[in-house]
Ligand binder design. Structure first.
Ligand code: PLP
Length: 385
């Protein structure tokens, strides 16, 4: 038995996607920059994927840059925009609960002399719009706020935040890391005031090693990779054609029945939360109901010293979950997100994340709940008081 509840770390590749990726790797394997027919064949896959993503987000295909992952998309957005716009100012706004791909890019920019404001969040993990607006200065050039938090699933009011930024600083750029949101929500960057948006393939049943960044046309951005000048000079390096094709196919699949799938995920989430809440000493973190993403549930357990122990006990039963934000590294550490929402100190290391996908079933969730119900009393006996 294998119950995979770690879909925010990564997802299984969809069979349709794997089939296309295999075909591109073994048949249409040309380099899109080549001038012959094999090149053209490959270029068609790149073009089709860009058109698919553009159609989903109602943007232009030329506004998409393919990258190697969500991390690269975030790095390109922050570092590329900061460097290209530094004459207009050197202030950047972000939050205390961003993924390290944003947080560490911001830290790098601080080393380069930029000023960064890291906004706190409320107890549900949400950025307060007024506080954000208050942080916008005369020299603010960029703000980056994640769409969905990867650890607790809080959905940020990105549209309101982008409006607040542009009201005070018309030319400042708004970036959102939508790695955990893309495929779960209809996201229309141009209507929502989003200038840059990051996505990652492996969170939506495409392979690892492929991401994309939406860059609104007219946005000034500098490349962070230098080489052959592919993708209009913005991202040198031979296109990962099979990955790009896979991302396009996975995105099309995710949006084919998006509303129905999301509804089903919300029902699963509600079922899981109801079941877990019946176990004594459990706390659900993040935003309630639909203010939280449909696929992420963060749970803290009273009387547990280290969540990793529970994680491995579940693993013994074929149930895979994550402690803190394991998509960032396999080193356990104190989560800035859990700290940011003011979680009780004792619970900071006693928290597991359960994350679902379209393949998750109610039976799997029931099995996980029963396992926890059995395991918790045993492990709680060994906890230091
Ligand atoms: N941003 C968020 C919110 C994530 O959850 C992740 C996942 O790990 C990333 C960025 C990084 O994406 P990738 O693993 O494709 O580099």
């Amino acid at each position: 038995m294998e119950i995979y509840l770690d879909n925010s770390a990564t997802t299984r590749v969809a069979p349709e996607v794997a089939k296309l990726v295999h075909h591109v790797m073994c048949e249409d394997y040309g380099n899109p920059s080549s001038m012959h027919r094999k090149g053209l064949e490959a270029e068609r896959h790149v073009k089709r994927a860009a058109e698919t993503l553009a159609e989903i987000m109602k943007v232009k295909p030329a506004e998409l840059v393919f990258t190697s992952c969500g991390t690269e998309s975030d790095n390109l957005a922050l570092i590329g925009c900061a460097l290209a716009n530094q004459r207009a100012g050197r202030h950047i706004i972000t939050t205390q609960i961003e993924h390290p791909a944003v947080k560490n890019a911001a830290a790098y920019l601080e080393e380069q002399g930029f000023r960064v404001t890291y906004l706190p969040v409320d107890e549900t993990g949400s950025v307060r719009v007024e506080e954000f607006a208050g942080a916008v200065c005369d020299d603010t050039i960029l703000a980056s706020v994640m769409y969905v938090n990867n650890e607790i699933g809080t959905v940020q009011p990105v549209e309101a935040l982008a409006a607040a930024l542009h009201e005070k600083r018309q030319d400042a750029l708004f970036h959102t890391d939508a790695v955990q949101a893309f495929g779960k929500y209809r996201i229309y960057p141009s209507r929502m005031g989003i200038d840059l948006l990051s996505i990652s393939g492996h969170k939506i049943h495409a392979p690892k090693g492929i991401g994309a960044l939406y860059v609104r046309s007219g946005v000034k951005i500098r490349p962070i990779l230098f080489g052959g000048g592919q993708q209009n000079g913005l991202r040198s390096g031979t296109h990962n054609v099979s990955g790009i094709a896979g991302l396009g196919e996975a995105a099309a699949l995710a949006y084919r029945n998006m509303e129905e799938d999301t509804k089903r995920l919300y029902a699963l989430r509600a079922h899981f939360i109801a079941g877990i809440s019946q176990i004594e000493g459990t706390h659900i973190n993040g935003a309630p109901k639909e203010a939280g993403a449909p696929h992420i549930v963060s749970v803290s357990f009273d009387g547990i010293d280290r969540a990793e122990v529970l994680l491995h006990a579940l693993e013994e039963r074929g149930i895979y979950v994550s402690a803190g934000s394991a998509c960032a590294s396999n080193k356990p550490g104190i989560s800035a997100t859990l700290k940011g929402i003011g979680l009780d100190k004792k619970l900071l290391t006693a928290t597991l994340r359960f994350s679902f996908s379209v393949y998750t079933t109610q039976e799997e969730l029931d099995t996980a709940i029963s396992a926890l119900r059995e395991l918790l009393p045993f492990y709680r006996r060994f906890t230091r008081r």
